[in-house]
Design a protein around this ligand. Sequence first.
Ligand code: ZN
Ligand code: FE
Ligand code: FE
Ligand code: ZN
Length: 265
Amino acid sequence: MLCDYHLHTPLCRHADGTVTEYLEAARRKTLLEIGFSDHAPNPDGYDSPHRMTVKEFSLYQDMLRPLLNGSRPAVLFGLEADYYPGCERFLQPFLQQHPFDYILGSVHYLEHWGFDNPEERHVWDSVDVTQTWRTYFTLMGRLAESRLFDIVGHLDLPKKFGHRPPEAKIRDMAQPALDKVAAAGMCIEINTSGLRKPVGEIYPSVLLLKLAREREIPITFGSDAHRPAEVGYAFDQALRLARKAGYTRTARYSRRQKTLEPLPE
Ligand code: ZN
Ligand code: FE
Ligand code: FE
Ligand code: ZN
């Protein structure tokens, strides 16, 4: 009985299925709770074709409202918002205005390069991989310091297409960022979507998860489903990874407050 806190909706224009179909899939998989965390609207023009507009946000609320009271499994009102320098201008007031249960904070952009976007994958051929990861983790530290978010989305996303520095270097660059995540009282998610990507691995690696565990950073679970069949995807594997890293508890959210519960058997 785990919770899946990373579900998208068709409002982002690259996901399929109705929210009711996601809920039914979660029921079949006997999940305890699910949370929708669709891509936040973005007035600064980051990846506009793949997210709801600011105006459409009310449609997102309307879509979820009927599910927020008494559905089984329970449904939470979340959002996946991008961190980049300057995102505060819009997000700070916006996140205050709505009764979110949790906010996933993700870094998908280095400057204006959407480094995990398949259409921009070729850029990886002309950059220094180690330096790119270092820049990514610097932004991750700033994400934590912004205090805008509750949960770090896919902590080691730059590995998506298989580009990654040696482990010793990842450890060095990730530790300062994880110190900041811990200081912010944030969680990180175990995100199974990496299994469906070229890298073929859960985000984050067991190395990073152990570093998070050492800092007592709690975890949530997310499939990053963009279709109902992906709800709860490979959660048995995610649970094994959590235990392997030494975790015994998982976090749940409500109105941006977290509580810790034992991991299921
Ligand atoms: Zn998406
Ligand atoms: Fe993401
Ligand atoms: Fe996502
Ligand atoms: Zn995501």
